[in-house]
Design a binder for this molecule. Structure first.
Ligand code: SAH
Length: 251
């Protein structure tokens, strides 16, 4: 079945960690080759959409579909490399399952950077970044992002604060009260900071509050689960600030 480039919207959309340019022939990595050949049963001549996280998304025609490898020839760019609002989500890692959901939703909602933060009450001692990165990629493939959010290794809260970039608003989600996020959020580089299931320790809250860039924000009168708070905060921020955001430059 060889489709014309016109009906790309129904074609598989895959991230490949290799530079894409019109005319290039790329040998897709094993996971993507297996998915197209064995799962999606695609054949030579079929169209797919590939994006590399840097150059945008491209229509690509499958040149050969082998058991071990699929070769695709890159055709026209089908979507430009997007600019995402410069928003970081800093979050204390929470239980598996919930953290996978949090990372997937944050990606769909356009977060530029995901920063796991180790706090005193963080119960998760080991974070499987490879698994989380796979969720990030799958979410980006599904939602149409061309820029992947950057997922960094966990950082202790003290180190995060010590290295805080000047000028980046630190919106500290505090269930004990704070400004309305809707009022506190302002266009420009920003970060949301969400605590663990057990919340921040008092001295941690004091250290965060002492930051020149920090603003304590409330997400309402109820105690939200950490994953609920993270996604609620990102959604509110995006609704208010996404329109006038500069391109995320924090690479
Ligand atoms: N200390 C809470 C549990 C923490 S909830 C308790 O008493 O049970 C996990 C995190 O979600 C918090 O650290 C905070 O960052 C965020 N959060 C939860 N509800 C919130 C609210 N209403 N406003 C702002 N942040 C909230």
């Amino acid at each position: 079945m060889s489709e014309s480039p016109a009906d790309l919207s129904t074609t598989p959309r895959l991230y490949v960690a290799m530079p894409l340019a019109p005319g290039a022939a790329v040998v897709l990595p094993v996971p993507q080759s297996h998915y197209l050949a064995q799962v999606m049963r695609r054949q030579a001549g079929d169209m797919v959409r590939l994006f590399d996280g840097v150059n945008g998304e491209f229509a690509a025609r499958l040149q050969s579909v082998g058991r071990k490898a699929v070769v695709a020839v890159i055709e026209a760019q089908s979507a430009p490399q997007e600019s995402v609002p410069d928003l970081w989500l800093c979050f204390a890692p929470i239980k598996r399952g919930r953290i996978d959901w949090l990372v997937e939703k944050a990606c769909e909602l356009g977060v530029a950077k995901l920063v796991p933060v180790i706090t005193r009450r963080t119960i998760v001692d080991r974070l499987n970044l490879e698994r989380l990165q796979a969720h990030v990629i799958e979410a980006a493939e599904q939602c149409g992002r061309t820029a992947l959010p950057e997922l960094v290794a966990p950082v202790p809260l003290a180190a995060l604060l010590a290295g805080w970039p000047a000028g980046r608003q630190l919106l500290f989600a505090d269930e004990s009260g704070g400004e309305s996020l809707a009022r506190a959020a302002r266009p420009g580089p920003a970060a949301l900071l969400i605590g663990p299931e057990g919340g921040f320790m008092a001295e941690e809250a004091r250290a965060i509050g002492a930051m020149a860039e920090s603003v304590r924000i409330s997400l309402g009168p109820r105690i939200l689960r950490a994953d609920t708070a993270a996604i609620a905060a990102v959604s509110v921020w995006q609704a208010i600030c996404e329109i006038s955001q500069p391109v995320a430059t924090n690479r």
